[in-house]
Unconditional design. Structure first.
Lengths: 198, 198
């Protein structure tokens, strides 16, 4: 797979060594994370919303009520800035300053395309269910026409995309290494618990 | 504690039954979540960044490099839309349409105030460390003047704030209750693992 091009918007200026434009690294981040944050602006007002996302090929998808306010702005042609963040660890350094977190985050800049064709819309909503639980799209009662009408599916072409990734242990200044302060990494991850049947 | 007032921006129009303006419910969400997403716009361009946040009284704080591009926009007076999201569970309904997630999310609209007074800046950076690990601000080597200068601390007064919360099991349509489809909730939470010492 090719890399994403570095554009004015996606060029990472702070901490460029943590920048990544590689689809082979970025797509698994999009696939692992359940929730993204979608930001846009409308008439000078910044808006932000969390929502489930999923990926199909070179597109990122979200869905929601057709009456969703942020969707209205996106469908008027406002560009979205979408952030997907996975927190992987707390990094404890010997100095307060070098404390950090391990993370993988992706930012996507794109305009929304409304999925209107019924079969494609059904396919994408199935893919969302499959992301949450494999096989679920074949178990649940499919959407009827009214339900399908009440749901909007938006697609964002993955073209202007960057990731920023930190891994590994603390990076202390050499003169701090002899300090009697413990240092290390505490891993952190999203854990699914046992299913509680209804 | 009093509730936050409902403003044009914070009024929740979709799913108003899930809206919450109660500080006693909202502040623990801000305190539990490690990461927020900060959005703003600059010259028509939407921007978004994930970052650690913390709270002290009626203010939310973030920190970062003094050269951070998004911080520059915020310090020019651009309002931030900040979202804090906790994912609590995957909700499996009998119908595809009624699948959902349990979550607690908060949105804050506010302009940034730069913390310039040294003692207050040190206090806030200590509070950040204490949030990540109690006692840590007394263990780590404190920031020196250069490190303090390289760090910007921004405060956001908590005035225009709303939460949206979903809890509980699936809500299926009555006519779907007899379907032979399992339904229930799978809890989900951020889990900290064992500390790996450096």
């Amino acid at each position: 797979m090719s890399d994403f091009p570095v554009t004015e918007k996606t060029q990472i200026k702070r901490g460029p060594k943590r920048a990544c434009y590689d689809k082979e690294i970025i797509y698994p981040i999009l696939d692992e994370a359940l929730v993204c944050h979608v930001a846009t602006e409308w008439q000078g007002q910044s808006m932000i919303q969390p929502t489930i996302h999923w990926r199909d090929g070179d597109y990122l998808y979200i869905h929601g009520s057709s009456k969703n306010g942020l969707f209205q702005a996106l469908l008027q042609g406002q560009e979205a800035a979408i952030c997907i963040t996975l927190l992987d660890g707390l990094v404890f350094a010997r100095s307060a300053f070098h404390h950090s977190v391990n993370y993988r985050s992706v930012i996507v800049y794109a305009k929304a395309e409304l999925i209107e064709e019924e079969q494609e819309k059904r396919k994408q909503l199935d893919l969302m269910l499959e992301k949450v639980k494999e096989g679920r799209s074949k178990e649940a009662r499919p959407a009827n026409d009214n339900e399908l009408k009440a749901t909007s599916v938006l697609a964002f072409k993955l073209e202007e995309v960057s990731a920023k990734i930190r891994t590994g242990g603390p990076v202390d200044d050499p003169e701090d290494m002899a300090l009697d302060v413990w240092a290390g990494v505490q891993p952190i991850q999203l854990q699914k618990g046992p299913l509680n049947l209804d």
